[in-house]
Design a protein around this ligand. Structure first.
Ligand code: ADP
Length: 298
């Protein structure tokens, strides 16, 4: 089974933005979650791996393939669902998928029909295959996006921010589909939604400011902060004061009240209570540390 190994990848855009800074990751077969806030560099990394843009330095290998140099070989093994997946609204799902299959080099008509049919069944769009794509819901469109990404049995599947804008039911359907696909190939799921990763991925990385902040097994990561997450329910006006005294990693509203989570090796006092850790806490604690480092450096 191929494994994707990324070493010291860096990219600075012509406007001076350093979008990737020495990124190294080992990505095994299965679902890999790439988590980071907007602007972290996720899409830049995904587009680079999908051979759509150049890195300045570093390397990436998929099995024996040099991803940055053997672009045609990568493209043969790649399924890519970009963040902005445009569809022709007047064309039916079946016609469009057939067209993508032609582009992927499936020239034999009968074989192509079989591939297209099987994919439409797999993503549960066979019943609506004659409908134009413009009539599809967000979830149906994403499932269509996955169908086109699966043409030609790819070994590397890259899915960029797939569940933004899906309703909860559609999200679950989409997750189940991804989980099925991710059993035998490398699937990279790039997202800023923590639950997508905790639901689906056995391995993950958090990136921020173009750097890898952590990588590994989400459950190990949760264990590593267990006992260090503290919680307090407060009035909104109290939040700013707490922030000056504690490492507040995130705040959220629960039933109209503000719940503050802070990171501390031992009881921080001030009425905080211990609470069990989640991947959200790992994520926000990691980003908190990253922002502190940036502030110290500035
Ligand atoms: P993410 O996908 O995590 O939101 P991106 O890879 O899109 O992050 O962006 C990383 C950084 O690079 C951001 O600061 C973004 O503004 C910048 N950026 C992305 N694409 C370009 C581009 N084509 N030209 C200049 N800057 C870019």
């Amino acid at each position: 089974m191929p494994e994707l190994s990324i070493r010291n990848l860096s990219k600075t855009y012509p406007n001076g933005v350093r979008a990737l800074s020495d990124v190294s990751l080992d990505i095994p077969t299965g679902m890999f979650g790439l988590l980071g806030p907007n602007g972290a560099g996720k899409s830049t990394l995904m587009r680079t791996l999908a051979t759509l843009q150049e890195a300045d330095s570093g390397s990436a290998r998929l099995g024996t393939i040099d991803v940055l140099r053997q672009k045609d070989d990568v493209r043969r093994l790649l399924g890519y669902l970009p963040q902005e997946f445009g569809v022709y609204p007047r064309i039916s799902a079946e016609t469009m998928l057939n067209h993508f299959a032609v582009l992927k080099g499936i020239t034999n008509g009968r074989q192509r029909k079989e591939v297209v049919d099987a994919l439409l069944h797999r993503v549960n769009l066979h019943d609506v295959r004659k409908q134009s794509l413009g009539t599809f819901s967000g979830g149906m469109r994403q499932r269509f996006g996955i169908a086109q990404a699966l043409i030609g049995s790819p070994q590397l599947i890259i899915v960029d921010e797939p569940t933004a804008g899906l309703d909860p039911g559609e999200r679950v359907r989409f997750h189940n589909l991804l989980a099925e696909i991710g059993e035998n190939v490398v699937v990279i799921l790039s997202t800023h939604i923590v639950e997508d990763v905790s639901d689906l991925c056995r391995q993950m990385a958090i990136i921020a400011g173009g750097r890898v902040m952590m990588s590994g097994d989400p459950l190990d990561a949760i264990r590593s902060v267990e006992g260090k997450i503290w919680r307090k329910t407060v009035g909104r006006e109290e939040v700013e004061v707490l922030k000056t005294r504690h490492a507040v990693i995130h705040t959220r509203l629960v039933g109209g009240r503000t719940v503050v989570h802070a990171f501390a090796e031992s009881d921080p006092g001030d009425g905080f209570e211990p609470t069990s850790a989640s991947l959200q806490d790992v994520y926000f604690a990691t980003l908190h540390r990253a922002s502190e480092k940036t502030e110290q450096a500035a």
